[in-house]
Write a protein that binds this ligand. Sequence first.
Ligand code: ATP
Length: 423
Amino acid sequence: VAAQQAEARGWHLYLVGGAVRDLLLADPEAALLLNDIDLVVDGYHRALQEGAGVELARALQQQYPQARLDIHGQFQTAALLWHKDPELDSLWVDIATARTEFYPYPAANPEVEASSIRQDLYRRDFTINALAIRLTAPRSGELLDFFGGLLDLRSRQIRVLHANSFIEDPTRIYRAVRFAVRLGFEIDPQTEGYIRHAIESGVYDRVQDENSRAPALQTRLKSELKYVLAAPYWQSALQLLSHLGALRCIHPTLTLTPALWHQIRLMSRWLRRFDSSNTLVHWQMLLEVLIADLAPEYRGKIAANLQLPVNSIEALQQLATTQADLASHLTKPQKPSQVVQLLSQYDRSTLILIAARSPRALRQLIWRYLICWAQVKPLLDGNDLKALGYKPSRQFKQILSDLTAATLDGVIGDRDSAIAFLA
Ligand code: ATP
């Protein structure tokens, strides 16, 4: 239908990006579910300044009123979202106008202008993502492969289109790793050389620069980090990023030492154990262990640059104090009730972060707190206290807390002993 609409206007329409790559990679016998589709409209240049993609999306939405239409005017793109049923997968269709991006300085926001499909594909990250299939007649179904993407798909290579690619956009380093690990491809040696060159030339300084285009770059870096750390292959991806020196884009001093790797694995194990229902944001907590490895004065700033939530930024800013406080109290033997009193000041995510970074003894105390002590309730409740002749008062809270402490410390074990304890 989209192709018909484009043809009626005398435009060309192409399927581009990940969908073409995944179609060509797919096992012909297996069903392939495409739920994120990128289309590009190309036509007579000057007439398209207003955004043919937007016009096409509007026309489609009139035909499919159930689809939601979002328009991003700045980049002349529109998205249609079908979300028919929460049980079914949704379908995203992005429609862009063929464009070239000019980078007035490296890593800047692209300035967009209508141009041909070849130029549109040339601004893309890797040859395997720069393939297009023409959807409009004549020659609909034809594969457009200007940069050797098909060969790279067959020989399983991640290759950039030009030497400056990573200087223009350092987040492509993370994308290269993501595709390499996810698809089981290799980063072509010359492309790896470009990555190393970009990193050696200090491309990461620009990521941390708070001025000019840095916020947009930070947002893209965060979304690539999220993608990588939330994926099932996150461990291999992190190792490859470290091997390429790309963790320096997070902070120049960040390196994946064996000690940090140990903490990351502990964090992952603890999250599986204590948060199997995923109420915490696991990828973000993995990022927090990485940031926590930096010197204390950098932690808050880097967390803020990466736009982590306020509570996460605060926990990282206060981490040194919190850890020192816990270590000083918990190195001496303490009764379980004292441990609970101390640890209950912190939320679960902070405790898991501290546990991942702590020596075994402290880690074991946090483990026991999370697994059992935090769940201990007083053996009597307010109604029991009333029945025992206590008048409801603010003291109730104190009495119940004393009862919990006595249970934790093994002083009482059942209701009778709790009643005797109160007497
Ligand atoms: P996935 O299946 O992971 O979504 P994808 O290839 O569709 O893979 P997207 O991030 O959705 O990835 O990007 C869509 C397309 O946009 C890519 O295939 C690529 O052509 C282009 N693209 C995305 N990000 C960049 C970038 N930073 N630099 C250049 N091209 C990019």
